[in-house]
Design a protein around this ligand. Structure first.
Ligand code: E4P
Length: 229
C-alpha cells in the first residue's frame, strides 16, 4: 500500500517528504483553514516548488459547477503531479458527476472526494474517461465514526475501482495506525495519514512486553510528580 501524508502544514509536509516515508500528499480546505493558510494559491505554489515529484491533491473550492470547472483547470495547470480534488457533490447536494466526466475527458487527473457509499464509487468510476489517472477517496474513518465497519465497503470499492485501470482507491480520514493494515487488507491502493499517525510508524513491530514495561515506567515517572507519600 502507498502511504500519503494528509494535512496542510508545510513544515509537516516537508518533514514527511524529506524522511521519504510517504509517496504522495492530500490536502483539503478544512485542513488548510486549520493550518492557518490564508492564500490558497500562494500556499499551493510553495508546496509544489518544494515537492515537484510526488502526487499532491488540491481541492476546488466553489459550489458553482462552472466556477469549479475553471478552478479545476487552473489547479491542474500547476504541475504534472497535481490531482484535482472534486467533491462528489457540491455543498447543495447536486451531483458532481457531469463535471467529473467533463474534466476527465480533458485528461485532468482527478481525486474524487467525500465519498461514503458504493453507489458514489460506482458513479465516479463510470465517469472517468479511459486511460486517465484518478483517485477515489472513500472516507473510511468518517464511516467508522458512525459505528459502521468500513472494511466491507472498502473491499467492495476496491473491486469496482479495478474495473477502470488507472483508478486508485484511497482510504481517507484515517484515525489510527491500524488503519494502514486494514486498508492494505481491503485492497486499497493508498491510505492518507495525519502526521500523528505517521509518527507512530516507528511502533510497527515493537515488542509488546517491552511496550508494557515502557508504559509502567511512564506511570512511575509521572507519579513522582503527584506527591503521594
Ligand atoms: C483526504 O483526502 C481527506 O480530505 C481527509 O483524509 C479527511 O479527513 P477527515 O475526515 O479526518 O477530516
Amino acid at each position: 500500500i502507498k502511504i500519503y501524508a494528509d494535512g496542510a502544514v508545510l513544515e509537516d509536509m516537508l518533514t514527511a517528504y524529506q524522511k521519504g516515508v510517504v509517496s504522495g500528499f492530500t490536502t483539503n480546505p478544512s485542513l488548510m483553514k486549520k493550518a492557518g493558510v490564508t492564500n490558497y494559491v500562494a500556499f499551493a505554489k510553495e508546496v509544489l516548488a518544494a515537492i515537484p515529484d510526488l502526487p499532491i491533491s488540491f481541492e476546488v473550492f466553489s459550489d458553482d459547477f462552472a466556477i469549479m470547472q475553471r478552478e479545476a483547470e487552473e489547479i491542474a495547470s500547476w504541475g504534472n503531479n497535481v490531482y484535482v480534488k472534486i467533491p462528489i457533490t457540491n455543498a447543495f447536494g447536486d451531483s458532481s458527476i457531469p463535471l467529473i466526466q467533463e474534466l476527465s475527458k480533458k485528461g485532468i487527473k482527478l481525486n474524487v472526494t467525500a465519498i461514503f457509499t458504493l453507489e458514489q464509487v460506482r458513479a465516479t468510476v463510470d465517469a472517468f474517461a479511459p486511460d486517465t489517472e484518478n483517485i477515489v477517496s472513500v472516507f473510511a474513518g468518517r464511516i467508522a465514526d458512525t459505528g459502521v465497519d468500513p472494511i466491507p465497503t472498502m473491499k467492495a470499492a476496491a473491486e469496482i475501482c479495478r474495473e477502470k485501470p488507472g483508478t486508485e482507491l484511497l482510504w481517507a480520514s484515517s484515525r489510527e495506525l491500524l488503519n494502514i493494515f486494514q486498508a492494505e487488507a481491503s485492497n486499497c491502493d493508498i491510505i492518507t495519514c495525519t502526521p500523528e499517525i505517521l509518527n507512530k510508524l516507528s511502533n510497527v513491530g515493537k515488542d509488546l512486553e517491552q511496550l508494557s514495561l515502557e508504559t509502567v515506567q511512564m506511570f512511575s515517572k509521572d507519579s513522582a510528580a503527584l506527591g503521594f507519600t
